[in-house]
Every structure is written in structure tokens, then in C-alpha cells.
Design a protein. Structure first.
Lengths: 439, 324
């Protein structure tokens, strides 16, 4: 699009040049519009994916003295960032689609990480189970299952956990549900912290956590056949970080894809109906409990996969990772991005996770050297959660629809502020929406 | 369940009677401090149907403020005379209560007031955000260290009965809390402002039509809740220490107490708080098959979940549409 045009002095030559330029831009725009809608919509996505996939190759040649943010994240930090984004997309299913406020999402993260810890480490030294694990000598005790299988299993175990948490609690509405999830989010980390001596049985190894956890890999056969890496952590830096980065990127893209398909599915439409008006949705024949439990299970699944991946990436699961703050941090991503809006959540998740991992430290050191006087240095990362609190409150007060709002959500909220239009108007809007979206 | 619990308590009482009664007394004392905080949750919930997450952090901030007041401003110490301590503590209670009231009502003014017509979840999320903001304000002013008071009140015993002790500093909590609770009850039941509060909590629109200034009433409720948190924080300081994030856990426990008693119900909040205090001290202190202090918080939250699932109206509350 043409930038802001300045016409300070009416000089003919400049005018003509500008005419030619706008004409060229118009032609380009027209050519762009002639591309069929589907590839046109996919082009920015494809561009971002390409940029992301090649990120490990050009990140080192990027400048390291960018104002304010100093540097872009290293590949190692990018892995942590993308894991947070996966969780934010998972939480978005629960909070954004189904409208169930979950203040204990960290519980799912913890369950996933500990499932990986149990199934791919030497934690249970009483047994010796090996199944497809790479680079673990067959004499090692403990359960060692292939990480790829563990990721899936962790997702499934966590989804079952989500169902178990959900079944008794999803009957509750609104803020009571939020409190119950908060309670679970507190209990589960406390449980893993204390469960190192359950009648003499060491389940979680207490505050020390479970470590080391096996690294993913494809094994010698696949390495020889198609050149896939044997084991992620047996090569020299920076290769392990890159491998972990590409894998997490693939998981993220898969998560986003699932999340989009789910939104447009029968189940997804049922979630949105429940979010908009639970009573009406129930009256229309949507099985409320089952639908909400599915939202929980699927949100939990992604949380579990992310948790298991973090566990194998850090080669450990530690109880200190699963603070209540993480739940709020993820919620902040969903709110900032716009509840229910996938791209909004991905964007906000990337920004906030980057702030968490290294952004705030960078911004803080930039501010300290350029803005604040030497006597008044401020330790910016210390106030991280205060900053998130401010973001949450400001968003709720001034832009409750989020950065990149979902169309339908935006309409819901605008109707809400316009002083409760009648039932009829809302129904009309919904009908119009569904006819508009049908392709 | 209940029978098992009672059996467990009785066995413990028979096995170690002295410990048992000491623990009961500790439980009642802690329970009374929780009651002051729980009342704040219940008051606000009763009028706005909002769980004021920031309440625990207001508690912590008032506690930190009170500790600096006592230590740096009034310079109370063990060498101060009895009269000085009494006067200083009285002034601290008054100032901490006023401080808590101002902080809490300004939170309402800044954040919640603009969201009166917004969906309830939006207000709830804002409350979570405010909680973090208040917590970080405490962090910015008072840093990460724990603050505590010098032992102003003697820990000598009020009475000793066959090994069961009750110390003065614990009794001090009772001495302060009981009048405060009576005062609150009088305030809510008989004064005009109290009647306005009860009317607003039943139906804000109708009360507005009856000439009640709803916004002022809500501000007053928040101020009252904040004042209770301020008093509670000073009492808490007498026995424990406080830092910027102490409020979050304590707030959750107090909230559990409020839910246990039936949220919105003032008597219920006190009852719930006493029960939670007893549960906590029993779990921490009893020796025969007690879970131990590692598990206490998990037990409290499990109770919270169980109540919300099976009896959302609490022990004394009425059924609300929130439940099944």
C-alpha cells in the first residue's frame, strides 16, 4: 500500500512521478487481487513459515544493537518461546473458543512434563522397560520409551487428566469454574513437589525433579536411509538447538492447523455457541457437558504435548517450572491476542514469551543505559508479572477484543457494550454470520 | 468421610491430649486472622459477585506498610514501655485499616468501576491483573525481603491448664478480632450505610431507584473490606512475617474459607475461616496419621474444589444459580 503522501509544493514533475508510482502500485494491487482467494490467503502464512524455518541460518547475521530490543532471540530461546505459543494456542481452545476461564492450565503442562519424566527416564529404577528409545543402553533401568511416542502419550494422559478434572467441575459456571481450575493448578505442582515419599515410593523425586530425560532421535536406520538425525543431543552445538527448534515449529504448525480445523468443525461451532449463550446452546440440543469436556480434553492435550516437549528439551521436569504465574502468563497471551483468534494468540504469545525469555532483560538493559540515569537503574525483569498485570487490565478496560480480534468475538463484544441489543438482534447477527461463513 | 475425620480427631485427642488442645487453640487463632481476610472476599462478592483476587495482595501491602510504620515511624521495640506499645499498635491498626481501605477502594475505582456492564469473566480477569499489579507495587516499594515485627507482645501464657498453654500474643489476636467482628456486624446490620449495602447486594437497580448511591455503596464496601484486610495484616504480622507475595496464598486460603462458609454470608465467612484454621493446624501439628505441613495447602485447595463441586452454596449460604 502507498505510504503517507506528502504534497508540500505542487511541482508538476513530482506530481507526474507520483501519479506513475501510484499507478504501478495500483497495478500490483490488482494483480495481487487476481490471485485466487485461497493461495492469496495462504501466502503470508507461507512467507512466515519460510522465515521461521530458515531462522536458525540467518539469526547469527542479524544485528545485535537494534534499539530497544537489542537482539532477536537465539535459537535456544526460540524453542522455549514456541513451546509457550503451543500452550497459548491450547489454552485458546478452552478460554477463547469455549469461553471457559481456566486459571490452572499449568497443571496440564506439569502433567505432560512428568509423564515424559516417567516414561523416558531412569526414574523408576525397579523396572526395566525399553521401547524404541534412542541412545539408551539396554542395561539402564527405568522406563525408556521413544520420545515421539511419549509426546503422544503425554498428550493423551493429560487429556484424560483434563477430562477427570472437567467432569465434576464443568457443571459450574463462570467464576466458580475459574476457582476450581485455580485449585487444581495449585494442587498438582504441590503434589509433584511432595510426592517423593508416598509410603516410601518415590514418584516425582520431590523438589529435585526428574532428570535426565531421554532426548528425541530417529535412530540409526532412519539416519542411514533418509539422513534424519540419530539423536538430538549427540551432535555439537548449534545443531541440537536447531533440531529442537524445527521439531517444535512442526508441532506448533500442527497445533495451529488442528486448532483452525477444530474451530470450523461441528464441535468448534458448538463451543462458540456455548461461549455466546450457554442456555440457548443447550436448548438447541448441544450436549453441554460433553462439548465442554472435549474443549478441556483438547486444550489439555496440547498443554501435555508442550510439557513433554519442554521436559525432553531441558532433559528434566522440575516442580519450580509450574508456578501459578505460568497460568496467568498464558492467559495474558490469549487476552492480548484476542480470545478465540488463533493468529492473535500466536502473535501475542510470541511477543510475551519472548519478553519472558529474554526481551525484558534486553529492554531493561537498553533502558538502563539510554533512558534511566545511573542512580535510578531499574531491574525490569523483576516486574515482569506486574507488567503482565498492567497489560491484562489495560486490555480489559480499553480493548477487550484483543490485538487481532476474531470477527465474531468482536461483534459479540460490540453488541455487549451497545447496551444489550435484544435477543432477536443477536440471533439475527448469528444467522447472518453463519450464512456468511458458509462456503 | 466426616465420621472418619472425627474418629481421626478423637484418636489424636486421646493419644496426645495436650498437643491436641494446644493445636486447637492455635487453629482458632489463625482462623480468626483468616476470618478478617475472608470477610473482605465475602463482602465484595456479596455486592458485586466478583472474586476480588487483589484482596490478598492488598492484605500483603497493608502488612508491609504496617511493619515499616511500627519499625521505622513509631520505632516500637521490646524496650518501649507498655503504654507506648499499646498506643503505637492502636495507631498502627487505625492507619493500616485506613491504608487498606484506600488501596482497595482505589482498585475498585480504577479498574472495576469501568467494567460494571462488562461480562463477569472480564471483571474476573481484570481482578487477576490487579492482583499482579498490587503485588508488584509491594515488590517495588518493599523489595523481596520478609518483614517482621519485634516481639512487642509477650509470648508468656495467659493460662496454663495441664500443659495446655495460651500465649498472650495469640490472645491478642482474639482481643482485637472479636470487637472488630462485632463492630462489623453492627455496621452492616443497623447503620444506614450497612442497609444500603445489603439492599445493593440484593438488587442494584432497585436500590438505585430507591435513592441509594450504588457507586458510593460499592466503594464503601471495598473500603470496609480493605480496612479488615489492614487489621488482619497487622495481626498476622504479630505472629508471622510478610513479604510482597505472601498475600496470594493467604488470599486463596481465606477465599476458600469464604466459600466454605457460603460466599456472601458474613457469619459463614467467620465459621469457614475457623474451620480452615483448625484444619490447617490439625494437619500441620497432629502426630498420629497427620498429613504434615507439606500437604496442608493441597488439602485446603482440595476442600475448596470439593465444596465448589458438591455444595457450591457453602455451609451457610443459600443456593445460587452458580451451582448445578
Amino acid at each position: 500500500m502507498p505510504g503517507p503522501r506528502r504534497r508540500a509544493r505542487p511541482s508538476f514533475r513530482r506530481y507526474a512521478a507520483e501519479r506513475a508510482r501510484t499507478a504501478r502500485l495500483d497495478r500490483a494491487a490488482a494483480a495481487w487481487r487476481r490471485i485466487p482467494a485461497r493461495p492469496r490467503g495462504l501466502a503470508p502464512v507461507a512467507l512466515f513459515v519460510c522465515l521461521a524455518v530458515t531462522y536458525p541460518f540467518y539469526v547469527q547475521s542479524l544485528p545485535t544493537n537494534i534499539p530497544v530490543i537489542l537482539t532477536l532471540p537465539t535459537v535456544h530461546d526460540a524453542v522455549s518461546i514456541l513451546v509457550f505459543v503451543i500452550m497459548a494456542v491450547g489454552l485458546n481452545v478452552v478460554v477463547g473458543y469455549a469461553g471457559l476461564l481456566d486459571l490452572g492450565y499449568v497443571a496440564f503442562y506439569a502433567i505432560g512434563a512428568y509423564t515424559a519424566g516417567w516414561l523416558a527416564s531412569g526414574q523408576f529404577e525397579q523396572v526395566k522397560v525399553h521401547f524404541g528409545s534412542i541412545g539408551v543402553s539396554s542395561s539402564e533401568t527405568g522406563i525408556h520409551i521413544s520420545i515421539w511416542l511419549v509426546l503422544l502419550l503425554a498428550g493423551i494422559v493429560t487429556a484424560i487428566g483434563g477430562i477427570l478434572i472437567g467432569l465434576p467441575t464443568l457443571r459450574l459456571r463462570g467464576d466458580y469454574l475459574a476457582i476450581v481450575t485455580l485449585g487444581f493448578g495449585e494442587i498438582i505442582p504441590q503434589f509433584v513437589r511432595n510426592a517423593d515419599n508416598l509410603h516410601g515410593f518415590d514418584l516425582t523425586h520431590g523438589t529435585f525433579g526428574i532428570s535426565p530425560i531421554d532426548a528425541p532421535g530417529f535412530g540409526q536406520k532412519l539416519h542411514d536411509a533418509v539422513g534424519l538425525p540419530v539423536r538430538y543431543d549427540d551432535s555439537f552445538p548449534p545443531t541440537p538447538d536447531r533440531l529442537f527448534f524445527w521439531t517444535v515449529l512442526a508441532i506448533l504448525l500442527f497445533t495451529i492447523f488442528c486448532s483452525m480445523r477444530l474451530r470450523d468443525s461441528r464441535l468448534g461451532r458448538a463451543w462458540i455457541a456455548i461461549r455466546e449463550d450457554e442456555t440457548a446452546a443447550g436448548a438447541m440440543g448441544i450436549p453441554l457437558m460433553r462439548t465442554k469436556t472435549w474443549a478441556y480434553a483438547i486444550g489439555a492435550f496440547f498443554g501435555g504435548v508442550a510439557g513433554a516437549y519442554v521436559a525432553t528439551f531441558n532433559s528434566g521436569a522440575f516442580p519450580s517450572q509450574f508456578d501459578f504465574n505460568i497460568s496467568i502468563f498464558l492467559l495474558c497471551m490469549v487476552i492480548l491476542g484476542g480470545m478465540g483468534s488463533i493468529w492473535g494468540v500466536v502473535l501475542a504469545g510470541t511477543i510475551l514469551a519472548w519478553l519472558n525469555v529474554e526481551g525484558l532483560a534486553n529492554i531493561g538493559s537498553w533502558l538502563n543505559s539510554n533512558v534511566f540515569p545511573a542512580q535510578h537503574q531499574i531491574d525490569v525483569p523483576k516486574y515482569e508479572f506486574g507488567i503482565y498485570g498492567i497489560i491484562i487490565v489495560l486490555m480489559m478496560l480499553f480493548r477487550p477484543i484483543g490485538l487481532i480480534p476474531e470477527r465474531r468475538r468482536k461483534r459479540e463484544i460490540e453488541e455487549g457494550t451497545r447496551g444489550q441489543m435484544g435477543e432477536g438482534a443477536a440471533a439475527y447477527a448469528a444467522a447472518e454470520e453463519s450464512s456468511g461463513e458458509r462456503r | 468421610m466426616v465420621a472418619l475425620l472425627i474418629a481421626w480427631l478423637v484418636v489424636n485427642a486421646i493419644k496426645t491430649p495436650t498437643d491436641f488442645f494446644n493445636i486447637i487453640l492455635i487453629g482458632i487463632t489463625t482462623g480468626l486472622v483468616y476470618a478478617l481476610v475472608a470477610l473482605g472476599y465475602t463482602l465484595v462478592y456479596g455486592i458485586l459477585q466478583l472474586i476480588n483476587f487483589a484482596h490478598g495482595d492488598v492484605f500483603a501491602l497493608s502488612g508491609l506498610f504496617a511493619s515499616t510504620l511500627i519499625v521505622s515511624e513509631f520505632k516500637l521495640g521490646t524496650d518501649t514501655g507498655a503504654l507506648g506499645i499499646v498506643a503505637g499498635l492502636a495507631a498502627t491498626f487505625a492507619i493500616a485499616a485506613a491504608f487498606g481501605a484506600i488501596v482497595n477502594s482505589s482498585i475498585e475505582f480504577v479498574a472495576y468501576r469501568r467494567l460494571r456492564s462488562a461480562p463477569r469473566l472480564a471483571v474476573l480477569i481484570t481482578a487477576v491483573g490487579m492482583s499482579f499489579i498490587v503485588q508488584n507495587i509491594s515488590l517495588a516499594i518493599y523489595d523481596v525481603n520478609f518483614r517482621s515485627l519485634p516481639p512487642l507482645i509477650s509470648s508468656g501464657y495467659v493460662f496454663t491448664l495441664r500443659g495446655v498453654h495460651y500465649s498472650w500474643d495469640a490472645f491478642f489476636v482474639v482481643l482485637v478480632t472479636v470487637p472488630v467482628l462485632l463492630l462489623l456486624s453492627w455496621l452492616v446490620k443497623t447503620t444506614k450505610q450497612g442497609k444500603a449495602m445489603r439492599a445493593t447486594s440484593q438488587d442494584p437497580e432497585a436500590s438505585a431507584m430507591m435513592g441509594i448511591n450504588v457507586n458510593r455503596t460499592i466503594s464503601f464496601t471495598f473500603a470496609l473490606a480493605g480496612a479488615l484486610a489492614g487489621v488482619g495484616a497487622v495481626l498476622y504480622l504479630v505472629e508471622f512475617n510478610v513479604r510482597y507475595d505472601s498475600g496470594f496464598q493467604l488470599g486463596l486460603i481465606a477465599f476458600t474459607a469464604a466459600v466454605l462458609g457460603g460466599i456472601g454470608n458474613l457469619t459463614g465467612a467467620v465459621l469457614g475461616a475457623l474451620i480452615i484454621g483448625l484444619i490447617q493446624s490439625c494437619s500441620d501439628g497432629l502426630s498420629w496419621f497427620a498429613p504434615g505441613s507439606d500437604w496442608t495447602r493441597s488439602i485446603v485447595f482440595a476442600i475448596l474444589i470439593a465444596i465448589l463441586v458438591f455444595r457450591p452454596e457453602g455451609l451457610l449460604g443459600e443456593r445460587t444459580p452458580e451451582g448445578a
